[in-house]
Design a protein around this ligand. Structure first.
Ligand code: ZN
Length: 268
């Protein structure tokens, strides 16, 4: 069954802060219209390796995207590739590393910031390159893409939570308030997305520690949320999804052929 899907990656948001700070998403869960799962990110707990992991289902050791400095195109097949191979349309409002992984590398702002390229894996994109690019603008970028192109798969990837964590650390009002603010922004769009028939997944690449960084095995660095909203999901809370299963699960939702592991228990 073919469905449309929106994946939101709230960069750097750990599970515990997601659990207590995202009141709007938790209202969906409390109303029985969504569910929150917990997963451990793959290692190392770094952004670019885990963008690759989420979007291709391949862990950093196997993808070769082992740190943030590996700036080359991915050599794996991503959810964008599977969607395009099946004739579906794709879009992303995301950090420029996503454009480097799946469209063109190195990122050239004048060429790539606003991407209109029907033949590339991400056909329509707005890509930013400052970590403090406002989440409010990023969500508006994403909604603009959705309204203009009606993509079958849309990636939404704001950075302000991670940015606040690097500046002030996990145990700071700045980090927690950045999470709350993302949730408030999401509230402007979520109802419209669900009413338009989208299945929505909200997760994070990695968490954050009190040293204002992330890379390793501390729970706060490694445990990340997975909120699911939409009638395609199992909402009983029993599934134990892996980060390497997100790509395959997205493909199952989209109804497109793929060769990646997926979490059957997460689906209704
Ligand atoms: Zn970070």
């Amino acid at each position: 069954m073919k469905r449309t899907v929106i994946l939101i990656v709230l960069d750097g948001l750990n599970h515990e802060v997601a659990r207590h700070a995202l009141g709007h998403l938790q209202a969906y869960c409390a109303a029985g219209r969504g569910a929150l799962y917990k997963l451990d990110c793959e290692l190392p707990a770094l952004s670019r390796p885990l963008y690759e992991c989420i979007l291709t289902g391949v862990a950093p050791l196997d993808s070769g995207i082992v740190n943030n400095g590996v700036s080359r195109p991915s050599n794996q097949r991503s959810v964008f590739h599977y969607a395009r191979a099946a004739g579906l349309s794709t879009a992303a409002a995301a950090y420029h590393w996503v454009s480097e992984l799946y469209n063109r590398s190195p990122f050239v702002a004048a060429r790539d910031r606003h991407t209109e390229a029907p033949d590339l894996p991400i056909q329509h994109g707005h890509f930013y390159y400052a970590d403090h690019y406002p989440d409010s603008h990023l969500f508006a970028d994403a909604e603009s893409l959705r309204l203009r192109y009606r993509p079958d798969f849309l990636l939404v990837h704001p950075m302000n939570i991670d940015d606040a964590g690097h500046r002030h650390g996990l145990d700071s009002p700045h980090y927690r308030n950045a999470a709350r603010q993302a949730d408030i922004l999401l509230a402007d769009y979520l109802q419209g997305w669900l009413e338009a028939g989208y299945q929505v997944m909200v997760t994070a690449d990695h968490g954050m520690n009190t040293d204002r960084s992330h890379n390793g095995l501390l729970n706060e660095e490694r445990e990340v949320p997975l909120f699911v909203l939409g009638d395609a999901f199992s909402l009983d809370g029993y599934a134990q999804p892996k980060q390497t299963e997100l790509c395959g699960t997205l493909c199952e939702l989209l109804g497109v052929p793929h060769d990646k592991p997926f979490c059957r228990e997460l689906l209704a």
